[in-house]
Design a protein around this ligand. Structure first.
Ligand code: 4AD
Ligand code: MG
Length: 446
């Protein structure tokens, strides 16, 4: 074999991200990204470069560049990919506070005029944008929302990780219903078995809590709900803590603390994103403990007084939840719903067995239920009775019943839908923007 001498490559300027610009003032660096916008006037042009971390206004002067570089930049099309080399300068008037004086550019892929980037800054209808979701997520507003989502998720994990909870994830293929048989998605599992996509990790979480004390699971959950509302997805992410030796009051306390923690983090780290979204941050700043607390009975009274048709024993609809919270500055914890509207596993109130030791947390500003949970039945006979009453197959629950045979204890937990929470943080009209690729009744693409 021939021996090769080490190649001498010319030193390339340091590659940075736009978010790092402040640390490289006065230096020549390169930034790799996409053309967000372009303004030009004869001998100068201003490519606006985005790289996922921010937007940088670049200044390309004809006399300072090789002719073909200047011409290439001047004729560039939206979302073409390119790497720009230049010197970073502070510029108060620029978005982000910096500008880059262009010294060189490498076009990676030029979007042809014949097939231009479809998501232009003009107003598009919702269907068009949803069909182009894979591109739409590059735009400023969608970007801001997805960053708030990241912040919420990070806050959720940090909260549980620093409060003694162990993350134990639960399966997605499950043999039985958790939240009710009418909203299950069946999946053919090899030749002759049908399993279901999980509606909630709760049942497995209960086993994990008996092993670890305090646990949480966090993953995608599925509901075959034929609801076409601004609050429903068919696939959504849920975080679920579960605690051994816990009562309804413990569940409420953790739910309240978690929300206060999340709001604090979003306000601390995501103010620029909230500004892009034109979110009224004073609404978030007023989210402090203690939250409002109300029984289901009082909630029905309040609703009736405000003209709702609700009768005692019925579940709240989206409009009821809105009415309940529209005059409130912080969330409300509504507890003790009638057992008949709740899932099979709810512990009845010992003083009033017709109501369940369950709680829903309703967010203010009409965002409705973001958390649902409560105390679980731990008496074996009662649990068996409920499984039968709900027409659920006993065999599928044998392992779950074991948790009541071998050291059963009072325990409880809750589930929080990440997208509902993000929707509220961002002040959105519709939940579909809170996840990169939403799955809804009439949408499974792209
Ligand atoms: O109230 P849910 O159905 O409760 C449970 O699944 C319990 N097993 C959780 C537990 O105790 N471990 O759902 C919990 C939360 C709701 O409050 C809501 O935030 C969200 O999940 N959620 C949805 N989010 C988006 N789209 C849907 N279709 C949702 N259904 C529930
Ligand atoms: Mg619920």
């Amino acid at each position: 074999m021939e021996s090769t001498s080490p190649e001498i490559t010319p030193a390339r300027p340091l590659r940075i991200t736009i978010a790092e610009a402040a640390k490289h003032l006065g230096e020549t660096v390169e930034i790799a990204g996409w053309l967000y916008n372009l303004r030009k006037s004869g001998k100068i042009c201003f490519p606006l470069l985005r790289d996922g971390t921010g937007v940088m206004q670049c200044v390309a002067v004809k006399s300072a560049l090789p002719e073909e570089t200047f011409e290439a930049l001047k004729g560039l099309t939206q979302e073409s990919s390119l790497i720009i080399t230049g010197k970073i300068r502070a510029e108060q008037r620029a978005q982000g506070g910096f500008e880059m004086d262009v010294e060189g550019a490498e076009i990676v892929q030029r979007v042809p005029e014949s097939d231009p980037y479809p998501v232009s800054p003009k107003d598009h209808g919702t269907d068009f944008l949803m069909d182009h979701r894979h591109l739409w997520i590059r735009s400023r507003r969608q970007h801001a929302i997805l960053r708030v989502r990241h912040e919420v998720i990070k806050a959720v994990r940090d909260y549980f990780d620093s409060h003694g909870f162990t993350l134990v994830d639960t399966p997605i293929f499950t043999p039985a219903a958790c939240e009710g048989t009418t909203t299950l998605f069946p999946v053919k599992y090899f030749d002759d078995e049908i399993v279901y996509l999980t509606q909630s990790g709760q049942l497995y979480n209960e086993a994990n809590a008996m092993a670890f004390g305090k646990v949480y699971c966090f993953g995608p959950t599925f509901r075959a709900e034929k609801s076409k509302t601004r609050r429903h997805l068919t696939e959504f992410w849920m975080v679920e803590p579960e605690m051994a030796y816990a009562t309804l009051e413990d569940v409420k306390r953790v739910a309240e603390e978690l929300i206060v923690f999340i709001v604090g983090r979003v306000l601390e780290n995501r103010r620029p994103e909230l500004a892009v979204l034109e979110r009224d941050v004073s609404k978030l700043e007023s989210i402090k403990a203690p939250f409002h607390r109300m029984s289901y009975d009082d909630a029905v009274k309040k609703l009736t007084a405000k003209g709702s048709e609700i009768q005692w024993g019925g579940d709240f609809g989206g409009t009821d939840e809105t009415i309940l919270t529209e005059d409130l500055d912080r969330p409300v914890l509504v507890d003790r719903y009638p057992s008949q509207v709740k899932a099979f596993y709810f512990e009845p109130d010992p003083d009033r067995p017709e109501v369940a030791l369950g709680v829903d947390v309703l967010a203010p500003e009409g965002y409705g239920e973001i958390i649902g949970g409560g105390q679980r039945i731990y008496n074996l006979d009662l649990l068996l009775k409920r499984i039968d009453e709900h027409g659920l197959p006993r065999e599928a629950f044998n392992w779950y019943l074991d948790l009541r045979k071998y050291g059963g204890v009072p325990h409880g937990g809750f589930g929080m839908g990440i997208e509902r929470c993000v929707s509220w943080m961002c002040g959105l009209e519709h939940i579909r923007e809170t996840i990169a690729f939403p799955r809804m009744l009439y949408r499974t693409r792209p």
